[in-house]
Ligand binder design. Sequence first.
Ligand SMILES: *Cc1c(COP(=O)(O)O)cnc(C)c1O
Length: 384
Amino acid sequence: MQCDPYDWIEPAINTIRRASWYRSVQVIEGKPGAVVQLEGKEVINFASNDYLGLAGDDRLIQASIAATTEFGTGSTGSRLLSGHRELHRELENAIASLKQTEDALVFSSGYLANLGAISAIVDKRDLILADTYNHSCLKNGAILSGATVIDYPHKNTEVLQNLLSQQRAKFRRCLIVTDSVFSMDGDLCLLPQLADLAREFNCMLLVDEAHATGVFGATGAGGAEHFGISNSKLIQVGTLSKALGSLGGFVAGSKLLIDFLRNRAASWIYTTALSPADSAAAISAIAIIRSEPERRQQLWDNVAYFKQQLPLSIIDSQSQIICCQYPSATVALQAASGLKKAGIFAPAIRPPTVPTSRIRFSLMATHQKNHIDRAIAALTETLR
Ligand SMILES: *Cc1c(COP(=O)(O)O)cnc(C)c1O
């Protein structure tokens, strides 16, 4: 009898389709920005992580062209072999200076930064306590580490404290991991309480600043600055691909931690160094983040203006990510498609990514008032 070992794939896709969980890509043409071409149609963009509008900024573009001209397109090797450039060190110094940490290390993506950091600092003798709403890369980093992983209910520091009381003594090291801005709801972690618990129970604390870097804090350093946490041992992970408009990730923290990661983080050691173009764009972005705080102010003004007028209930948000709730995946998809027809690009986010269906709006500093007015009008129309 002839068997096809791949014959499970088509029924698996059909199951995904039946649940309205099927995903596919859509083509964006031209430069990124508050207004983009989506499959030939001009739309106002509420789907981008480019919160400060830097990915299309001429200064970043020129910096990456200059770096490519001088250093070529690829970095041709891993950092420890032939891929290390002065640009990488310059970028790491800029990140450490923005974050007010002793040192920093850049990875090829934020995802790889979290995988590398978590799996390097804990192993099967250790405990990870994680918020249930943490990003996929924190969850997979925890699995990769081999540590015992216990999730605590979203932002529930009481349960976390109980878990620490019961479990901490049974393990060697303990790591608490959390997003600072939760990427699918847009709310903030309770960083001061987490820092207190980490101190009380002798735990390391890793905070994923992917959506906060460049956006939160007076200088754009992120959630740690926003909450006034100045513990030099705090492990801050982030990305260069959201507010910084480039590509790549980083870990910022103590000199010793960074030195250890250079020796033990497999996703840093065994992968090619960041390209010259991406590195130079990120360096340029950090300079802009520090010298143009008015971009952050404009973003927060836009967030306030949008929230004020929303015609339907939102999931608790304290950030530039604002989600409108819908009763089912099907209704959320219908609403997203209605918005798209009206020239508003905002994605429906569904299970299994999140527990409840919603449309997710990401505000940008470069949205104009009339962009927001049009989004509100289109949303109101979809409710009819
Ligand atoms: C986007 C994101 C990442 C991954 O960053 P990339 O640089 O895109 O790989 C990590 N953590 C969180 C919370 C994110 O939202």
